[in-house]
Structure formats: structure tokens, C-alpha cells
Design a protein around this ligand. Structure first.
Ligand SMILES: [Zn+2]
Length: 449
């Protein structure tokens, strides 16, 4: 049974609130009551509205139910008599942030904890779902009120269930756009390296040929995928000349079958692609977003511009878990990071559409999601541009412009606050003190009056 956002009973909300209050990790929890008609007035010391406009001092945001109804100067503003006021006048207020590349079902890939394989081989689905619930809640409490979660890594359609549980009010979490199982080819995804006589689970749905490709897309769309995720490259290494090489997976024909099917459903296709042949096939096959794009040629950047392809670089994750220096894995890991920053800078200068993504899950969920902002700045963005990738630009990627990633009349009331100025140091976004999603307060460390 699906329950609409507005149809939830008080008991369920009480459950969610009790769950929140059981946590001591994020400081004071906000009130969690809801009322469609309730009016909330937020006093913002400084407002970064998500569009890239210069911040404005002393702003008033009026919220009714789950929508923003007005934004304006504090000046002579008179709050309606029945309104609840939230005083963030000493904070910087922003739209709820959007991470367009996460894996709530993945919990880091630390070799000491068994790496990727243990998560698929050793844990029941319920255990993985329980941890995914924690990951989703953690994202929300870090100010990420929307996620595009790009596949479950062997946990089937679990993301659809988590999304429904969030929408139903059973658990706290961000708005979810989910990709379900993802698609790769035989030889194109783990688990691998086991005896051929043993059948092990795979982290993605493997297809061979356009017919199987289209069928997989249909199955995933039928079961609730908002996006289709395709792996267009798999293994990577450094060749004798010192170049990064990545193994291509799907053919152009296979990808085209998926893209054609998804677009017919008015859904879109995200392609994991590092570089080379696989990345070229991703572009030629009509992919809507290139994920990672470690090593982009000038011609590929030009093709992305021409086709309007999105770039979700996920910089920070490539600084994790490097193999030892002077090993094949170590050389590969260092090379990947080295070419990535240059590609990012090149795409930025050319005007490629860039959206914020982290690959959280590949990064342990206990680490800050907002660390990606500093990498974006390191490789050429201004702090405001970096913020835009997680607000306006990410909302455009999700075709939710005007509804998400902006503080403006008509937008969903997804509002966060930080105590320090993120335009001086984007790392301020690692310390979110206030989180509202859909007009409900999920976190409020600062005292609200
Ligand atoms: Zn990923």
C-alpha cells in the first residue's frame, strides 16, 4: 500500500519523531509535527537562494504547508498572527542540498571490512535495508534533502522500498530518485574473481545484446526506477605509456536500446564512464548524464556540450582507499585522481552542465557528504558555483527546476542553515545546523524562537 505524503496519520509521525529523538548524533532535534495549513516564518540572517544570485541580508521566508509562498526583505514584515517563527537571523540559509550520485545500500568499500564483496555475500537483505535507512537519514541530517540514488549494488529493488517508506512518513529521509539494479554486461561488474564453478551474486543486472538490454530496462522501469543506470566502463588500469585505460562494457547498440526504452517512458539514463571507448559509446548512445568522466578529451567535451549531456564528476571518492604506491592498483588510483581534476576544469571552462555528486556509499556514510564542495573549488569553481551544482544545477538535472534547489515562491519548503559563511569556505556546508524538508523540521541545533 502506498500512502501519500499528506495522508499519514499522527501515529506514524510520532513514530518518525520518536526515531529521531532516539539519536544523539546530531544535536537537538526539531519539532516534527505537521499541518498542511500551518504557516512558518523563517528569519534568515543571510540567504543564498540557490540560483547563483548574490546573498541577501535579513530575509523572510514564508512557508505554508510544504511550499514556500514568499521571500522578501525583513524590513517592516509583519508575521501572520498564527505563524510559527524560526529565527535563523544569525545563520546563512540555503535551499536543501541535492546529491545526484549516491548508493544508500553501499557502506564504504574498506578492504579491512571485507570491501564490496562482503556486503553482497554475508548480509541478509533486511540488514542492508536497515543500514540504507540509516544512510538516508544521515544524508537528510547533513542537509541533503534530495538524492538521486544510482543503484543498490545487489540489493535489488530495495531503494524503491526505502523511497516509499520515506514518502509514507515511516522513516525520515531525503526525497529519492532511484535507479534500482543498474545494467552492465557479462564480465562488466562484480562480484568476480571466484571459481567459475561457483555462482555468486552480481552487483548489477547483466545483459548481452540489445534485446536483453531493453528487457532489463523495461523490468527496472516497471519496478519503479526513476532513472536507468548503465555501466559503460568497468576495470581500469595504467598502460605501458602511462595512460589510464578502462574496459568498455555495453556496445552502442545495447545502450541505444536502453536509452530508447527509457526515453519512451520519459525517464533518463545515467552512464558510469571513466574514459576512452566506453565513454565514447556512452555519448554516441545518447546517455543523459556521464558519471565520473575521469578523463575527458576535448572532442568528448565538445560532444557533451552539443548534446546537452550532464557531467556528475564525483571527485572526492577517488581520493579514498588508494592501493600502495608502486603497485598496479596504486598507480591506477593515483592516475585516476590526477586526470580527473584536469578533466573537471576543462569541462567547467567549456561550459558543460555540472551537477553535484559524491558516490556516497563508495565513501563511508559516516564521512561528510559536503566534502565534495571543496574538491569542486580546488579544481576551479567559485564557492557559489559549487553551491549551484547542488542546488539549481542538480534540480535541472532532475527536471525539478523551480521546485527543488531554490528558495523561491512555489518551491518545496526544503531549507537548511549553516552558521559560517560558505562563500568564504565551502567546508561550512559540512556543519549544517538546521534542516527542513517539505515544511517539516528534522534538525535544529540553533535555538529556535
Ligand atoms: Zn556510483
Amino acid at each position: 500500500m502506498r500512502i501519500s505524503c499528506f495522508g499519514i496519520g499522527i501515529a506514524l509521525l510520532a513514530m518518525a519523531a520518536a526515531g529521531q529523538n532516539a539519536s544523539s548524533s546530531s544535536g537537538g532535534m526539531g519539532t516534527h509535527a505537521t499541518n498542511e495549513a500551518k504557516t512558518i516564518v523563517i528569519r534568515a540572517g543571510s540567504l543564498i537562494d540557490g540560483t547563483g544570485a548574490q546573498p541577501k541580508r535579513s530575509q523572510i521566508i514564508v512557508i505554508r504547508g510544504n511550499r514556500i509562498v514568499s521571500v522578501g526583505d525583513a524590513g517592516s514584515f509583519q508575521a501572520p498572527p498564527d505563524a510559527q517563527t524560526i529565527d535563523l537571523s544569525s545563520a546563512t540559509v540555503l535551499p536543501g542540498l541535492i546529491d545526484t550520485h549516491t548508493h544508500i545500500f553501499l557502506q564504504g568499500e574498506d578492504p579491512a571490512e571485507g570491501g564490496y564483496d562482503a556486503q553482497l555475500l554475508k548480509y541478509p537483505a533486511s540488514f542492508r535495508a536497515a543500514r540504507a535507512t540509516v544512510s538516508a537519514r544521515r544524508a537528510l541530517e547533513e542537509g541533503f534533502t534530495t538524492l538521486r540514488d544510482l543503484e543498490t549494488e545487489g540489493a535489488g529493488y530495495g531503494d524503491v522500498g526505502i523511497k516509499e517508506a520515506i514518502e509514507g512518513g515511516y522513516i525520515p529521509g531525503p526525497r529519492m530518485f532511484v535507479a534500482t539494479r543498474a545494467i552492465s554486461t557479462t564480465g562488466g561488474y562484480p562480484l568476480e574473481g571466484y571459481a567459475p564453478e561457483i555462482t555468486v551474486p552480481k552487483g548489477a543486472q547483466l545483459i548481452d545484446g540489445p534485446v536483453e538490454a531493453r528487457k532489463a530496462a523495461r523490468e527496472q522501469l516497471d519496478n519503479g526506477a526513476d532513472w536507468i543506470k548503465v555501466y559503460m566502463t568497468h576495470r581500469s588500469w595504467v598502460d605501458d605509456k602511462g595512460n589510464l585505460v578502462s574496459q568498455p562494457t555495453l556496445t552502442v547498440e545495447e545502450l541505444k536500446a536502453i536509452v530508447d526504452e527509457a526515453h519512451g517512458w520519459r525517464k533518463r539514463v545515467a552512464c558510469h564512464a571513466y574514459n576512452g571507448i566506453g565513454l565514447q559509446r556512452a555519448l554516441d548512445g545518447g546517455c543523459d548524464s556521464i558519471e565520473h568522466g575521469l578523463d575527458l578529451t576535448d572532442a568528448q567535451v565538445a560532444q557533451m556540450l552539443k548534446q546537452g549531456t550532464w557531467y556528475v564528476p564525483t571527485l572526492a571518492v577517488y581520493y579514498y582507499d588508494w592501493g600502495p604506491e608502486n603497485t598496479d592498483a596504486g598507480r591506477r588510483d593515483r592516475k585516476r585522481a590526477a586526470v580527473h581534476g584536469a578533466s573537471f576544469n576543462k569541462a567547467l571552462k567549456a561550459g558543460v552542465k555540472i551537477a553535484f555528486g559524491t558516490d556516497m556509499g563508495g565513501i563511508p556514510w559516516t564521512d561528510p557528504i559536503a566534502q565534495e564542495f571543496a574538491r569542486e573549488v580546488e579544481f576551479g569553481m567559485t564557492p557559489m558555483q559549487a553551491i549551484q551544482t547542488a542546488t539549481l544545477r542538480a534540480a535541472e538535472l532532475l527536471e525539478m527546476q523551480g521546485k527543488l534547489g531554490v528558495i523561491a515562491p512555489g518551491a518545496f519548503a526544503d531549507v537548511i542553515a549553516v552558521n559560517q559563511d560558505p562563500l568564504r569556505d565551502v567546508n561550512a556546508l559540512k556543519s549544517v545546523t538546521f534542516v527542513m524538508k517539505d515544511g517539516e523540521v528534522y534538525k535544529s541545533v540553533a535555538p529556535a524562537r
